[in-house]
Design a protein around this ligand. Structure first.
Ligand code: F3S
Length: 299
């Protein structure tokens, strides 16, 4: 029996950086706020809240004695403008990979360009990108949606099509979309803005899932990148599960699996990954008493 954990599992560079910025401010005794939870892990969000980092829903809720930390997802340009206008202290923890997308879309020309964004239009990162677009923009989530959207855009205007992707977009789906774009619109400007950390994480997860008979993805169910990891692993290994903590692990599945793969989303703390791995090792070494399975109870 083997347990293989992906090297890329857990915090990415951008999330780590944002958490470090919050911690540094808290250590200086500064009251901190974030627009929404700093990461998709409520345990960690509560822990930070107890130390003085409060998630708020809108800029209006901020008090003058608070420093706002902008999350790694980034925000709309209008949010930055209103912070500056109101004289609110803020630290920008927008991931540099997201900032690069803001730069691309803000440099477009509304007279000549139209922007397409591969991603979930409700995700904060995509909302932020839309809020930096100088030109008209549209979103699509997969090849089928692109298929519906692109011909209409090409029919309605004679503009230069510029395409970017959410940093955590599914790399396989992106490849299919790029192929389609190149076929339908030969002069489109395509920017592959999926971040390197995502590409490495998804590739490694897919490889490990293909070699495993039980694949465990650890992360918050609200985390978009964790959801995509689950989909990618499920394509390779039917027996893939998504869990948020070690307590959700199906111990009977662990005990019968020959090869177990483990990966985790970009906002999954190392402590939770370790707890899951420790639980698996205990089951395998026989230290944990397992509940009899339904079939065993019938025997
Ligand atoms: Fe940045 Fe990529 Fe993480 S964009 S926040 S390094 S998933």
């Amino acid at each position: 029996m083997s347990i293989k954990k992906a090297d890329s599992a857990g915090f990415c560079f951008g999330v780590n950086r944002a958490i470090n910025i919050v911690n540094e401010l808290l250590e200086k005794g500064i009251k901190v706020a974030t627009l929404g939870p700093i990461i998709h892990n409520m345990e960690m969000v509560h822990e930070l809240e107890e130390r003085g980092c409060t998630p708020v829903k809108a800029v209006d809720e901020l008090t003058d004695d608070t420093t706002l930390v902008i999350r790694s997802h980034g925000v709309e340009k209008s949010v930055i403008d209103s912070l500056v206008k109101r004289g609110i202290n803020f630290e920008d923890a927008t991931c540099p990979f997201v900032k690069k997308i803001h730069k691309i879309v803000s440099n477009t020309n509304p007279e000549n360009d139209v922007v397409l964004i591969a991603g979930n239009k409700n995700h904060p990162e995509v909302c932020g990108i839309i809020g930096h677009c100088a030109s008209d923009c549209y979103t699509f989530n997969n090849e089928a949606e692109l298929d519906d959207l692109l011909p209409n855009i090409l029919k309605e205007n004679n503009k230069q099509v510029q395409i970017v992707a959410q940093t955590t977009f599914d790399t396989q789906e992106w490849k299919k979309c790029v192929k389609k774009i190149k076929k339908l619109c030969t002069n489109a400007k395509i920017f592959d803005t999926i971040c390197n950390a995502t590409q490495v994480r998804q590739t490694e997860a897919s490889q490990i899932a293909a070699e495993s008979d039980f694949m465990v993805v650890i992360g918050d169910r609200h985390s978009s990148n964790t959801g995509k990891l689950f989909d990618i692993c499920k394509r390779q290994c039917e027996n893939t599960v998504l869990i948020e903590t070690a307590a959700e692990l199906d111990l009977n599945k662990v005990s019968v699996a020959e090869s177990i793969g483990v990966t985790a989303g970009a906002s999954t703390p190392a402590r939770i990954i370790k707890e899951v791995l420790d639980t698996m090792s205990e089951v395998k070494s026989g230290e944990t008493n397992l509940e009899p399975s339904f079939e065993e109870m019938l025997e």
